[in-house]
Design a protein around this ligand. Structure first.
Ligand code: 1PX
Length: 214
């Protein structure tokens, strides 16, 4: 586990998802990416075995950051405006990856699917018995979500990495949010926002038939 200057609390990271929701219930891209960056930082602190996962997440974060730093940055202010802009300008490969292999829509969809894993994992951590294994909570959440989109080789590598996860109590300590009870309370506070962000994005993508983007 990281120490010293690298020690940071997962509280800020998870509560950051609260900042994603605008008054109009749109999802702001910048805090969404900030949330992911914090999660990646936490994942890196768990050990090098997870780096193939964090590298992929970082690549995707950077693609979307690239759009936020481009001339079209305003179009990428929210997930809603991004979808509207990319679709109405033909910037999304709908059937197979060709001219626009790294559209904001397809890239964010990968993070969105991973957010579903996060939601299930955190809920699992929160409700599991004290002696539950983090690796089991993690693989159950993965199999119920992201695994459906991954080829065999990635699923296999992910399962191997999950075995390296520390026991639930150590994991909760690593989150650095105080006692187990405090960690539980924090998860209870943060989860509704993560669920809401997930739900809004899911509805938006479903509405535009984007949930299967290649
Ligand atoms: C309190 C808990 C905090 C835990 C923080 C953990 C942060 C996890 C960040 C995971 C981000 C994963 C993004 C994956 C995106 C993806 O599905 N990419 C695949 C498809 O992309 P493509 O461009 O080809 O269409 C790509 O093939 C992925 C490759 C890497 C392997 C992904 C395995 C994902 C496992 C997720 C579970 C993370 C376990 C963390 C344990 C705590």
């Amino acid at each position: 586990m990281a120490e010293g200057a690298d020690m940071f609390s997962l509280r800020e990271v998870l509560v950051a998802f609260k900042g994603c929701l605008s008054e109009q219930q749109e999802v702001r891209v910048d805090p969404y990416l900030e949330g992911w960056k914090g999660l990646v930082r936490f994942l890196n602190s768990l050990g090098a075995i997870f780096s193939f996962i964090s590298k992929d997440a970082v690549t995707k974060i950077q693609i979307i950051e690239g759009y936020r730093n481009s001339d079209q940055r305003e179009k990428y202010l929210t997930i809603q405006s991004m979808v509207e802009y990319e679709l109405s300008n033909g910037l999304v490969d709908l059937d197979k990856r060709s001219e626009h292999p790294d559209s904001g829509c397809r890239t964010l969809l990968r993070l969105h699917r991973a957010l579903h894993w996060l939601q299930l994992f955190l809920e699992g951590l929160r409700t599991a018995k004290e002696d539950a294994k983090t690796s089991v909570i993690c693989s159950d959440s993965y199999n119920a979500s992201l695994a459906n989109y991954h080829p065999w080789i990635i699923r296999k590598a992910a399962m191997v990495a999950f075995y390296a996860l520390p026991p639930r109590n150590t994991f909760l300590e690593n989150m650095n949010v105080g006692t187990t009870e405090e960690a539980m309370a924090m998860l209870g506070d943060a989860l509704p926002f993560i669920c809401k962000v997930y739900e809004i994005t899911e509805d938006l993508y479903a509405q535009h038939k984007l949930l299967g983007l290649p």
